[in-house]
Design a protein around this ligand. Sequence first.
Ligand code: NAP
Ligand code: ZN
Ligand code: ZN
Length: 351
Amino acid sequence: MANIKARSYAAQSPTAALAPFEIVRREPGPNDVEIDILFRGVCHSDLHPARDQRHNTVYPCVPGHEIVGKVSRVGKDVTKFKTGDMAGVGCMVDSCQKCENCNAGNEQYCTSYPTFTYNGEDEILGGRTYGGYSTSVVVDEGFVLRIPAGLDPAAAAPLLCAGITTYSPLHHWKVGPGQKVGVVGLGGLGHMGVKFARALGAHVVLFTTSPGKVEDGKRLGAHEVVISTNADAMKAQAGSFHFVLDAVSAQHDIDAYLKLLKLDGTLTLVGAPEHPLPVSAFNLLLPRRNFAGSAIGGIRETQEMLDFCASKGISSDVELIPIQRINEAWERLLKQDVRYRFVIDMASLKA
Ligand code: NAP
Ligand code: ZN
Ligand code: ZN
């Protein structure tokens, strides 16, 4: 069967700007869904591999894993989707689907490693997978999400990564009414964390390094906003939190945030800074604090999150840009200058 050509934007080296590049998508197999990509969120995680910060990137690298579009074709055995449906793809396009984690709906923790949407091992075409900075994608229907009718497709795109990555740990650690919850860093993930923690009924405190984000933090749902560079303001919050969600993309002082937790409180790191973050043992021992991590969420949980968003009227605050401005958007992400997710209108690549 003939494979399909698609237009994309790719990085050719760790230092190269993203530039137009033609890629090949597979012809849809019996269980595959082909999606004509309409919108695609720009995650800080697109920068880390494109800049080879984990030293495992194979170039050319086509990032992008917050994908929303219209189903353009379906394989003969596809049951969940039909042509014209609004569909989404997040960070994974496959997993072993046999191991205990996959069987429990935790495909993101597949013991053989899931196939990530970009820079993953492409077991069908060979080479590496190419992500959503492209006109189309072909994915097994088991890894395709339904976008509920009530959600704006552009504002729904960031839910496929920023949304599920913050929703999943809040659920896992049972955040709810009566709890004081901190969210650290008001970027793409952080602003969804604030919205979800508020919707789940917690008292929400945002920690930001950007004084210019205080009003937005409150508008997005925080009851309080603390400027984390203010030592007195940080001290005033010490030992009072049940849960803290840390969504910071760069090196930062984890101990300063562990100190916020009460007895048995938990800090979950979802941010992925390039270098190790030192932790003082005594900040964990006294008073019996948990330091945890979390990666995206499983497919079932991602669908649950999308349905939750539709029922509560939650979506991402987005700045829509044409793909030709992607390099500028990346520069702005590095300067903490995003309100609060860039989303690419893919019509700009098809024109
Ligand atoms: P983003 O939109 O760029 O937001 C990151 C925020 O971190 C910034 O807006 C800023 O918030 C804060 N920050 C940045 N540099 C800082 C510094 N030097 N010191 C203190 N705070 C700083 O990024 P994102 O897309 O939300 O992603 C956040 C991180 O999560 C990235 O590392 C990304 O790779 C990772 N991630 C992980 C998963 C997962 O599965 N665990 C999934 C997606 C993304 P303030 O201006 O409010 O301080
Ligand atoms: Zn992401
Ligand atoms: Zn598995």
